[in-house]
Design a binder for this molecule. Structure first.
Ligand code: ADP
Ligand code: MG
Ligand code: MG
Length: 249
């Protein structure tokens, strides 16, 4: 599904990703951990097409297509979804409007007609229940005045509606209390399928108790320095990252 080869990315003249390799097959959940400033969010932004990053070497193939050549909205329509580390507030645009417009854009791309208004409300309400969100969130402006935890739930609500193929979650667990973490994790688990893959950036092993990954990677100094199974996350919790610094260099 996703094949990242020797990816080098700079912001201005500062190199951030420096030879990153990563392969994700359909249905797999990959967790990426790593110290602050390692380039985790940069990776999520480059995959989703955020402006301001320069790819200086390497390639990203998504279902065989050159992902980096595609406009961000095309990537989204092809099923690439990013749950932001810092979700954006959009005053004046209601949550329900955004969800419906985004879903219809994807449907149009797939040659499907616009979703029926009643069917859409039924769908949205089912997903709200899954995430234990009140219906009033539909009619509020996107993320405006939402608490940190509410913003993170809202990101997963978007994923649940849009049913992406590659779901990138950037620190979706940070700022969540224990109950919200469980709810968000259950939301993510309900989206797991043999066709959908996840790239899950997290600092905390705790999340991986709920969402058990197939592979855990450590991103340090701009590349993947170690990969393993879920037990690697436990090892990191115990030892930190410093023992990997030699491997990063
Ligand atoms: P992580 O998510 O792993 O904590 P980031 O990908 O956010 O790390 O950042 C990696 C490095 O790139 C950091 O040193 C950060 O300050 C730098 N960086 C990211 N975006 C920018 C930017 N727009 N301008 C300057 N430096 C940036
Ligand atoms: Mg960070
Ligand atoms: Mg980050």
């Amino acid at each position: 599904m996703l094949s990242i080869k020797n990816l080098h990315v700079s912001v201005g003249d500062k190199p951030i990703l420096q030879g990153l390799n990563l392969e994700i097959n359909p249905g797999e959940v990959h967790a990426i951990m790593g110290p602050n400033g390692a380039g985790k969010s940069t990776l999520s932004h480059v995959l989703s097409g955020k402006a301001g990053y320069t790819v200086t070497a390497g390639s990203v193939s998504y279902f065989g297509a050159d992902l980096l050549a595609l406009a961000p909205e095309i990537r989204a329509r092809l099923g690439v979804f990013l749950a932001f580390q810092y979700p954006v507030e959009i005053p004046g645009v209601s949550n329900v409007y955004l969800l419906k417009a985004a879903l219809n854009a994807m449907r149009k791309h797939q040659g499907l007609p616009e979703v029926d208004a009643m069917d859409f409300l039924t769908l949205v309400k089912t997903k709200l229940k899954l995430l234990e969100m009140d219906e009033k969130f539909l009619y509020r402006a996107v993320n405006e005045g939402f608490s940190g935890g509410e913003k993170k739930r809202n990101e997963i609500l978007q994923a649940a509606i849009l049913e992406p193929k590659l779901c990138i979650l950037d620190e979706t667990d940070s700022g969540l209390d224990i109950d919200a973490l469980r709810i968000v994790a259950e939301g993510v688990n309900s989206l797991r399928s043999t066709e959908r893959s996840f790239l899950m950036i997290t600092h905390y092993q705790r999340l991986l108790d709920y969402i058990v990954p197939d592979v855990v990677h450590v991103l340090a100094a701009g590349r993947i320095v170690k990969s393993g199974g879920p037990e690697l996350a436990l090892e990191l919790e115990e030892k930190g990252y410093s023992w990997l610094e030699g491997q990063a260099a």
